[in-house]
Write a protein that binds this ligand. Sequence first.
Ligand SMILES: Nc1ncnc2c1ncn2[C@@H]1O[C@H](COP(=O)(O)OP(=O)(O)O)[C@@H](O)[C@H]1O
Ligand SMILES: [Mg+2]
Length: 223
Amino acid sequence: MEPLIATQDLKKVYRVGKVEVHALRGVDLVVQEGEFVAVVGPSGCGKSTLLHILGGLTPPTSGRVLVDGNDFMAMSDAERTRFRRHKIGFVFQRYNLLPTLTARDNIRIAQHIQGNGFNPHRFAMVTEMLGIADKLNRKPYALSGGEQQRVAIARAIICEPKILLADEPTGNLDSENSQIVLNMLRTLNRTFRQTILMITHNPEAAAVADRIVRMRDGRIVGS
Ligand SMILES: Nc1ncnc2c1ncn2[C@@H]1O[C@H](COP(=O)(O)OP(=O)(O)O)[C@@H](O)[C@H]1O
Ligand SMILES: [Mg+2]
């Protein structure tokens, strides 16, 4: 079976003035559909850079990225943006909710941006599964960090993306809320076969994944 994600000799060099930062030094990563993969490694080893490239947010300096059989580099910017909206959901450490909108509208705006009509069945299923169905009228300030992250996850998956990319999703949460969010990611993966690639430097978070990819200094050193 063709993998959902495949990178080949992926490299990323950031240029800051005259200084070159080699963030990725040749990454070959394969993720199969339905896998829950954790990417771990010390701060600065290139985890976020890898996730941003896989999500089409940042171009690599060289190498190939194939997502669901599509070569990112062969796409125009507009094609890549459309691809990202339809196939990829993002969750970040800071929940990035719009502060003036209710939880409901924060989630619905994702369906709107994607150009999909409102799907009430999907909306009810996702918000119930994430335990936020009774909090939808609240704005972010009236939600706990754990609840805000669950709204952000709902927003990320409402349009049924092929891949959920999560960058330190429990990084701002206490251990109880971390456990709740991790259990929900686990359930999402098991129940909907949601493919998840999650960056973390918390060993307990990594332990909920099926597979742990270890990075160091821009390379994968174990998988
Ligand atoms: N936009 C950027 N400009 C310059 N350097 C960057 C940028 N983003 C990340 N880096 C550098 O690239 C390296 C990898 O960063 P990052 O991918 O954020 O690592 P991690 O997520 O593992 O902490 C670090 O040395 C970081 O300072
Ligand atoms: Mg990072």
